[in-house]
Every structure is written in C-alpha cells, then in structure tokens.
Design a binder for this molecule. Structure first.
Ligand code: SIN
Length: 513
C-alpha cells in the first residue's frame, strides 16, 4: 500500500462513483486522478438507480429560458437564478460529453433524441437511456469508460472518513479500507458522495448514504446551505425491502391514479391531481398513511398489459415484491429521495475551503432551491463534474502540504440517528419534533462515537428546519403553514450550527428563538 500511496500522492482525489464523480474523473483525463469509491465502480449509487432521465431543453420549441422558468417555479423562489441559468445553459455540452463517454440515449427511428414529459415541466424534455433503466445505463457506460482510462486509478472499497487541512487548505484524506486506515496526501479533493437518504428508514437512496460529503466538508470548516430541504418522493414501493424501490413519477405521467384503501381518489380535487408538485403529492399520501390508511397506485386502466413493456425495471421491482401491476394495485408511500441543500459551492464546484470541490447532490449550487424539478439532478451532476474538472485543470498544481497526524475514525453507525430523523425530520415537521430531534442528536454529534458523523448531518437538517419558521417547497411545518413573502436562504458553518443547536436546546432561551 505504501508504494501505491507514494505513487498516488498529490493526484486529484475524486470521492464517489455516481454520475458526478465519474464525469469529473473522466473529464480531467489525461491528468492523473485517484477515484475513491466505497461501493466500487458500478456498485450501488443513487445515480445508478435513477428511473427518471435527464432534463434537456434541446427539442424544437424548447429553450433554456423555459427550462429555467420551470426550475425556478419548482424551487419556490429559493433558487439562485444566475447559477441555475449557468448550469442549464450547459445542457447541450453535458449531453455531448455523456455521449462521448459512451452513453447511448434513446432515439426515434430518424435518429432524433426522444423527449418525454415529467411533472412540472412545461415541455417534453426528458431524455432517457434504456427507458426506466436510465441511471443504470449511464453508470454502466461511464464505469466502462473509467476502467479504460489510463489516467484514472480506482481504489474500491474505500471510505473517506475525514478531510485534512493545513492552514485552511486541503492537505489529505483519511481513508478507511479493508486493510485499515491510511492517509492519501492531496491538495485537491472533489467530493461527489451523493445524498443523505440513508438517514431515513424509508428512502430510495443507498442505505449507507448519510450525507458523507456534507459531514466531511462541514468538519473541515466549509459552509453549508439550505440543509432543511429534503425531497420526499411520493411513490416508493411500500414493502419491507430497504432501501425502498422507486415507482417513477412517469407511471403517473402515463395516467396511473392514486387510491386509498377505501378506493377513493383522494387527489382528485387537488390542482394537477396525481401530477401536482412532488411535495404536494407526498404530503397528501403522508396524511392518508398518518390516519392509519393505505395508499395504492392503480395502473390497471392506464397501462394494464403495457406496463411490462413501458416500465420493465419497475415491473421487475414489483414482481420481486409479488405484485403484478397490470392486474393489481401497487402499494406506495413517500420516501426520502433527494437533498436540495448541502455544501455551498460556486458554479465551478468550488467550496469555501481551498482545494475542495463538491459536485452533484452533496453540493448546494442554488439550482434546486427549495424543491428540485424532476430529472434536473443527473443534468446538474454532469454539468458540475465538467465544470469542476475544467476549473481544476486550469489551475497550477499546488505543492503537497504536510498533512497533520492521523487518528483513526470510528465506522459510522446510523441506527439511532435513523430513528430520530424518520420520526422528526420527515415530510411534515413541527417545533416539538424538531426540538426533540435536536435534543437527541446534539450529544451524539458532539461525541466521538460511531453515531457522531450521521448525527452531525441530521442535526444540521434539524437546526435549519427549526430556524425556518415557514413552509416552503419541500420543507413543511404544520405549525407554520404559511410561506413568508420574502424568500431567504441560510448559510452556516458547523461551528454556527453547533452554537444554534446548543441555544435551541436550552429550554429557557429556546422559548424566544
Ligand atoms: C422519478 O422517476 O419519479 C424520479 C425522477 C427524479 O427524481 O428526478
């Protein structure tokens, strides 16, 4: 290992093997890169499980302006318009890059891209690769390209546990692998570690994804933004399987309807009905379940025998649960799906720490605001991977800095944190639950125990959610159902979050907060 580490020292370190990490590593070629991946190339990742496609305003009659307008509307006035415009403007080059790396998008007989429609998009603009298996097809193609790329060294089965800094700049990574803990000296790290759905019992993300990028960057002193905004997908397949399988919004797009256990179409009176914004549908389903009811997706009329052909992956996931969606109702429930907040970055992916870039779901660029528009995430991951690579390649290589001494860091244990987050930081929040979550999470986050890292991420969500005394986008407070006229974003370092948590956890002071 020592000889290998000596050879890899100083290379750009990319952490994560979802779409953003793979695109970053490939785009840096021929610059040497070390790619660290916990699950291994092609292993579980939210990108690989994506059933939606990539939002690409490239069809005749569509434009970046129209895509931007839909993105801003979904974001509930919390998007950074300039950042969103910059990212969406790169759509054509992002799709070109993916094709260059080997992704084959679904096309019509005449060779033109095939554009589908998803909720809250005003145009048909969603492109797929292999239908509802889009994420898997993209990750397969990119992983193949990475394996064939001589400038990328992949270290699989490796978890990054801490970022090391020297005088405020990145100087190395503390990594844990099958042979123990080691330090990888580097002055340039790119975190592409994905989301934090694993903090919740009901999630469509890999169970181990607890927001590692947020935790690593925050511990190194980076700023976090909009941490309270967790998007819950309304229709995960309600089974005992963990993580939950997704039943894409596209099934409702094809006309499937939602029924409760009494056979009532409970969204019939809501504008948009089953295709109302994702947070509206998730809350309506959540209410049915909270009163002890059950919710089902009925695709029998809309799709019937066509289901297997139109949605082969979802058909297979249903079959694994013993459900035939052509003839039977599909039980569904909301599940944590995507995190809009995260590590503050500019539109080159640069965080507030020198030498640290963050791309994909772990970052908060300002594209998504309070609610992500469907299929904007694979686009953002690709665009930001390209942009970060360009930014890194355009800078002189800093000299290796002496990294501080290493201590081994406990392997994270999510169990206690997951029960608190699932109960108190879910689809609808209130002050009682948020105060209870802060009281439970604060001692864990402040400890050096195995719950500390996930607790720190969950505590950040709780503090941001407690401080946002309104409902906006994906953040719903039953005690503050209104939306403030002025839309404000919040940015905090870990030190500020811990201070706020202590203040909110002091009953006398919390009364006035
Ligand atoms: C879906 O297919 O419903 C999910 C798409 C997305 O989350 O962007």
């Amino acid at each position: 290992m020592t000889a290998l580490l000596d050879r890899l020292a100083g290379r750009v370190a990319v952490v994560g093997s979802g779409i953003a990490g793979l695109v970053t590593a490939l785009s840096l070629a021929p610059q040497p890169v070390v790619l660290l991946t916990r699950a291994g190339l092609g292993g579980e990742s939210s990108s690989g499980w994506a059933q939606g496609g990539i939002a690409a305003a490239l069809a005749a009659g569509d434009s970046t302006d129209l895509h931007l307008a839909d993105t801003l509307a979904a974001g509930d006035r919390l998007c950074d318009e300039a950042a969103a415009r910059a990212i969406l403007s790169d759509t054509a080059s992002a799709i070109d890059a993916l094709e260059r790396f080997g992704v084959r998008f679904d096309r019509l007989a005449d060779g033109a891209l095939q554009f589908g429609l998803e909720a809250a998009h005003s145009r048909h603009r969603i492109i797929h690769a292999n239908g509802d298996g889009t994420g898997a097809a993209i990750i397969r193609a990119l992983s193949t390209a990475v394996r064939a790329c001589p400038s990328i060294t992949v270290l699989a089965g490796i978890e990054v546990r801490r970022l090391l800094t020297t005088e405020g700049a990145i100087s190395g990574l503390i990594c844990a692998g099958p042979n123990g803990t080691f330090v990888l000296p580097t002055t340039r790290a790119v975190l592409a570690t994905g989301g934090l759905g694993g903090l919740y019992d009901a999630s469509t993300n890999p169970a181990g994804n607890f927001g590692q990028g947020v935790m690593l960057a925050a511990r190194a002193g980076a700023e976090l933004r909009d941490m309270e905004f967790v998007q819950f997908h309304p229709t995960a397949l309600a089974t005992d399987r963990r993580p939950l399988a997704l039943v894409s919004e596209a099934v409702r797009g094809e006309g499937a309807i939602l029924l409760n256990e009494r056979g009532e179409r409970f969204l019939a009176g809501t504008p948009g009905a089953e295709l109302a914004p994702r947070d509206v549908v998730a809350r309506a389903i959540g209410r049915e379940i909270a009163r002890g009811g059950k919710v089902y997706l009925d695709a029998r009329q809309a799709l019937g025998a066509r289901f297997a052909e139109r949605f082969p992956l979802i058909h297979q996931l249903c079959a694994e649960a013993g459900i035939d969606p052509a003839r039977e109702l599909i039980p569904v429930r909301p599940a944590a799906h995507y995190h809009m907040g995260g590590v503050v970055t500019d539109i080159a992916g640069r965080s507030t720490i020198e030498g640290l870039w963050v791309v994909g779901e772990a970052a908060c660029t300002g594209l998504h605001g309070a609610n992500r528009l469907a299929s904007n995430s694979l686009l953002e991951g690709t665009v930001m991977g390209l942009r970060a690579a360009q930014d890194i390649a355009g800078r002189p290589e800093p000299a290796v800095r002496t990294a501080p001494d290493v201590k081994s860091v406990a392997s994270p244990d999510l169990r206690q944190v997951r029960s608190i987050a699932s109960r108190d930081l879910s689809v609808v929040r209130d002050r009682t639950g948020l105060d209870r979550a802060i009281a439970g999470l604060l001692p864990m986050a402040a400890s050096a125990g195995p719950s500390s890292d996930p607790a720190l991420v969950a505590l950040s969500i709780a503090v941001f959610a407690r401080l946002r005394d309104e409902s906006r986008g994906a953040h719903a407070r039953s005690d503050f159902p209104e939306t403030h006229a002025k839309a404000e974003r919040r940015t905090m370092t870990l030190a500020a979050i811990m201070d706020a948590a202590h203040r909110l956890n002091t009953p006398m002071l919390a009364q006035s907060a």
